[in-house]
Design a protein around this ligand. Structure first.
Ligand SMILES: Nc1ncnc2c1ncn2[C@@H]1O[C@H](COP(=O)(O)OP(=O)(O)OP(=O)(O)O)[C@@H](O)[C@H]1O
Length: 551
């Protein structure tokens, strides 16, 4: 620490005393002035600094610097002579230096004042020495409240960060806490101010995150909303215990990872839409839109404009500014075309063009809009038959049928009945405000005996209805709750031909007979039967199970 003597305690000397009084680098060891009423003398006395009327009183004292603030001619030379070991500086020169420093300080202060981040600075002793208006806005504390006061007193936890910095000499990063009268959420970053290897203070920058928190909440709500637009189900929601169903799920999982269009076939209520959602959710398009269109539910006259959009004035009643179609909405994501077999031929032609060109031209427009959409189509119609009758375009069929997935009817996978019934029970409990835990064995037996023409949807309806008949406190769903219609299905082999109405039924019937005959001829040797039938062994196993052939 250097020792400083100030000679002259008028305005100039007082200014110098002010500047160095609390300097960590210098100690003012004395002030000299013959006028004991000089303002610098008063200040020095208050600061318990030695005051003398003549500098000779300091003879023999260790002094490094002397500032001549007398403004009198010849004093400087006398001081140099009297204190040959000390550096004597003219007061005017020191004042110029101090002025330059003050200018810089004002500049820094202006910068600190106009920044929107709240800043607080503590000195070496842990007292607040500077705050900015943003700090006051955020905390409610003014300069009067905090300057010169211990940094821990009135600011609560936030200021303890300064003390930590001063104690450890290390920065504190992203400390989360509450501050001010209205306990706002803040994040504090504080760093030590180091001069000549010594910690001289701590600078804290405080960021208000209450607003950020509110925005995060809004973002969460928005994401929630978006989720309802996204695919709702995943493969985890699909119950598939039976062998044929497991095979289908594996196929669908594979399809999800491939950039091809998918065609899902299966009777009504078998879960085609569920699979469409799951495929989208497992694909790399999962964060983009899943747009569902039921081609059978939209009037044929509107289908084209709904799918491909329209330009303003395309037809009477067209919206101003035009409208994006489902294709544009699904850009980057998946478009689920349910009941694709119901598309009119002219729309099929346009759909084919879109799939070939990867761009749509809105109705009434001329500009092609590029679209990147994966089609997941579904149908329970016999598309092959529709091609023969001219109702479905063969070229479109080949475009969408690259990865066909056939979901077996519920009657073809009896092993799924019990797990499905239990799954649906759990799912429906919530909607019906019940807490039924399980299905009794006799009820499950009755479910297994039923032929489920309406497939899983019918099973879902039956369980839903049964739940209505349960008491709020009941935990088991019993046979008596089920309102099953007993149907007697004639064995396929006994069914008179006249009753066969659908080509698909007819084809299944013929297929079953052919497989039975083939197995008969080869004495149940499945490998041989598959070979003779020209199908894979896996496909034969699947069909044997599907038709419940005992061999
Ligand atoms: N394997 C399954 N696991 C769980 N739930 C299923 C399963 N299959 C179908 N469901 C449920 O059954 C109901 C009918 O399924 P979905 O609507 O997907 O059938 P769909 O084949 O698309 O019917 P449609 O052809 O009539 O449109 C839905 O509530 C679905 O969640």
């Amino acid at each position: 620490m250097h020792h400083l003597l100030i000679v002259g305690a008028g305005h100039g000397g007082t200014e110098v005393l002010h500047a160095f009084q609390r300097s960590p680098l210098l100690t003012v060891i004395g002030v000299v002035d013959p006028n004991e009423h000089a303002i610098g003398v008063q200040l020095a006395k208050r600061g318990q600094i030695r005051v003398e009327t003549t500098w000779t009183a300091f003879e023999g004292t260790a002094i490094d610097f002397i500032i001549d603030a007398t403004g009198e001619h010849g004093v400087l030379e006398q001081l140099i002579q009297f204190f040959p070991e000390a550096a004597v500086l003219p007061g005017e020169f020191v004042r110029v230096l101090l002025e330059r420093l003050a200018e810089k300080e004002r500049m820094l202060e202006a910068i600190i004042h106009c920044t929107s981040e709240a800043i607080s600075v503590a000195d070496q002793a842990g007292e607040t020495m500077l705050i900015n208006p943003a700090y006051t806005r955020m905390t409610g504390y003014t300069e009067q409240d905090v300057i010169g006061k211990p940094a821990s007193a009135d600011i609560g936890m936030q200021e303890s960060v300064h003390l930590r910095v001063l104690e450890t000499g290390e920065s504190v990063r992203d400390a989360r806490m509450k501050i001010g009268q209205d306990r706002r959420d803040i994040i504090v970053n504080a760093a030590p101010v180091v001069v000549d290897g010594q910690v001289r203070g701590s600078v804290g920058v405080i960021r208000d995150i209450s607003e950020m928190k509110a925005l995060t909440k809004e973002l969460k709500a928005a994401k929630q909303k978006i989720r309802t637009l996204e695919a709702k189900y995943t493969f985890d929601d699909i119950i598939a215990e039976s062998e044929p169903m497991r095979f289908v799920v594996d196929q669908a999982k594979l399809a999800a990872t491939m950039p091809v269009n998918v065609l899902i076939r299966g009777e009504s209520g078998t879960g085609k839409e569920l699979f469409a959602h799951a495929i989208h959710a497992a694909s790399d398009r999962r964060y983009e839109q899943f747009v569902r269109v039921n081609c059978a539910a939209i009037a044929p006259s509107l289908l084209e404009s709904e799918l491909f959009g329209y330009e303003e004035g395309a037809f009477s009643g067209a919206r101003r500014g035009g409208k994006r179609g489902y294709f544009e909405e699904a850009h980057g994501g998946s478009l689920f075309l349910d009941e694709i077999g119901e598309l009119p031929l002219d729309v099929q032609a346009k759909l084919l063009r879109v799939l070939q060109e990867n761009e749509v031209v809105r109705v009434g427009g001329t500009k092609a809009v590029p679209v990147d959409v994966r089609i997941i189509a579904a149908t329970n119609a016999n598309l092959e038959q529709k091609i023969i009758t001219g109702e479905f375009r063969e070229d479109l069929y080949y475009r969408i049928n690259r990865l066909p997935i056939h979901i077996p009817a519920l009657r073809e996978r009896p092993d799924d009945l019990s797990p499905l019934a239990t799954h649906l029970l759990r799912k429906l409990n919530q909607s019906y405000g019940r807490s039924v835990e399980r299905i009794s064995e006799d009820a499950l037996e009755a479910i297994r005996k039923q032929t489920w023409k309406g497939n899983v949807r019918e099973l879902e309806n039956v369980i839903g209805r049964a739940l209505i008949f349960t008491d709020k406190t009941e935990q088991v769903l019993r046979k008596g709750h089920l309102q099953l219609v007993v149907t007697v299905t004639p064995k396929r082999s006994e069914r008179p031909k006249k009753e066969i109405k659908h080509l698909s039924d007819e084809m299944s019937y013929v297929e079953e007979q052919l497989i039975r005959e083939a197995l008969d001829v080869v004495n149940g040797n499945k490998t041989e039967a598959a070979k003779q039938l020209g199908i894979s062994l896996r496909a034969l196993y699947y069909k044997v199970e599907r038709f419940n052939i005992q061999c």
